[in-house]
Design a binder for this molecule. Structure first.
Ligand SMILES: [Zn+2]
Length: 447
């Protein structure tokens, strides 16, 4: 509290929104007029200073997400940053400061500020150092009567300007572009559930298409909008209000889009309608699935019990990804892999002489009593940034037949292998041999 008072005295003439780092916030989630009112109210609240401080600090740490657990029993609030997919604890905040911040974030996301029990999802905008962020907010009551807040910063430009799905090797990218250039067909994009990188995969999969040449429409649940991709129209439905994606689809088809993108296909009705459109209107459809690998993604859609024949006939490929952390180029450590390790990884003897691992404090040459000198590039984490391991399963006639007659995981996997398909594991090992990631990280990601 002392810190707060001191700041107030110093900045007596400033209103809260003029204090703190120069982060420009914008309100979203309501009508324009209401958004403006929300922002004006937030600007008078001291909580806005903390919101700005947290966003500036997250960008300085390259954190994608922050998680705060506010508990009424404790005066301090634990904070964790998600940096490249791993959680790191930060300096705790005072409860009152965190409560103020939560209130402001909810207000500018058009969420119910008083409701700390139900799960609420919203979004607001931020601009800092000439970079625009979509800030996705998720709050939910916890068992001990507190609230958990997760804020995700999304800088869409970063991902969308890639030439295709991130991490795709050249040869696969060529194949991908060829496949998505087809006149019609069902394309599946998949990644693990719960922040397993679906958004990144989805956005970069759409970004890698000929979206400037054809009319693309992406259809989202109002509560789960993905960042915009240039030249792709976003259309929403309000599931919470009882509106279904099928209802939007009927209206949408009047505009005669050439490519439809549904990040969540969860019913046989929707899937069947999309398959009908592929046949009758000769369109392409991107469908999102949350799954651990390509074969599983196919089966997840089959479990919805769509028209199996049609599904098998029109599905073109499954793109599945898994995010792994990149070793920091400045401090990664090369080592000679023991024969046993190579064998375990399935790398033939003589193929690689050096693998790399992450830096560890014991690698530093420090004299007794001195602090370990950490790498400046990665702050001693050993990793910096992420890359996706991509698996592209192209559906052949044998797999089509199995989908109808024997839709089982082991059968599909076996046929995929037979067709020369490289699994996530195999693609990941390729990244290992290139020194992009480490054995530890690969094991963590593919566990
Ligand atoms: Zn480093």
């Amino acid at each position: 509290m002392f810190g707060r008072k001191k700041r107030k005295q110093q900045d007596e003439d400033l209103s809260p929104h003029e204090m703190g780092p120069p982060v420009e916030l914008s309100a979203r989630g309501a009508e324009d007029e209401k958004n403006t009112q929300h922002l004006l109210r937030a600007r008078q609240n001291m909580g806005i200073v903390t919101v700005k401080e947290v966003i500036a600090d997250m960008t300085a740490h390259h954190a994608d997400r922050v998680m705060l657990d506010l508990s009424p029993q404790s005066q301090s609030v634990a904070i964790r940053y998600d940096i490249d997919g791993a959680w790191h604890s930060q300096e705790p905040k005072e409860l009152q400061t965190a409560v103020g911040m939560l209130g402001v974030m909810k207000l500018i996301s058009n969420l119910d500020v008083k409701d700390n029990r139900s799960r609420q999802n919203g979004q607001f905008g931020a601009e800092y150092q000439n970079v625009k962020y979509d800030c996705k907010l998720n709050t939910q009551g916890t068992e001990n009567g507190g609230v958990r807040l997760v804020l995700e910063l999304w800088n869409s430009k970063n991902e969308i300007n890639r030439p295709g799905p991130m991490g795709m090797r050249e040869e696969m990218l060529e194949r991908y572009k060829e496949l998505v250039g087809a006149d019609s067909g069902l394309f599946i994009v998949s990644a693990p559930p719960n922040h397993g990188g679906f958004t990144t995969t989805w956005i970069s999969a759409l970004g890698g298409t000929d979206r400037y040449m054809r009319d693309f429409v992406a259809v989202y649940d109002k509560q789960k909008i993905e960042p915009e991709v240039e030249n792709i129209d976003n259309v929403t439905y309000d599931l919470a209000e009882g509106e279904t994606p099928e209802q939007v689809l009927t209206k949408l088809m009047l505009k005669q889009p050439e490519v439809l993108a549904f990040p969540e296909v969860k019913s046989a009705d929707l899937l069947n309608e999309l398959l009908d459109l592929i046949v009758e209107d000769n369109i392409c459809v991107f469908a999102g699935v949350r799954s651990k690998d390509a074969a599983e993604a196919l089966l997840r859609l089959m479990q919805l019990k769509p028209d199996a024949q049609k599904f098998a006939q029109h599905i073109s490929f499954v793109l599945n990804t898994r995010l792994v952390r990149r070793l920091c180029g400045a401090c990664k450590q090369g080592f000679q892999p023991p024969q046993q390790l190579l064998q375990k990884l399935g790398i033939p003897a003589g193929r690689v002489s050096v693998l790399h691992r992450e830096w560890r404090p014991e690698d530093a040459e420090t004299k007794k009593g001195q602090d370990v000198e950490k790498c400046e590039k990665c702050a001693g984490l050993g990793y910096k940034g992420r890359i996706a391991i991509c698996e592209l399963l192209v559906i052949n006639d044998e797999i089509r037949e199995a989908l109808v007659k024997q839709p089982q995981l082991d059968v599909i996997r076996k046929l995929a292998r037979k067709s020369g398909h490289a699994t996530l594991q195999q693609e990941g090992i390729l990244l290992l041999t290139q020194g992009v990631t480490s054995v530890n990280e690969l094991q963590r990601a593919l566990k």
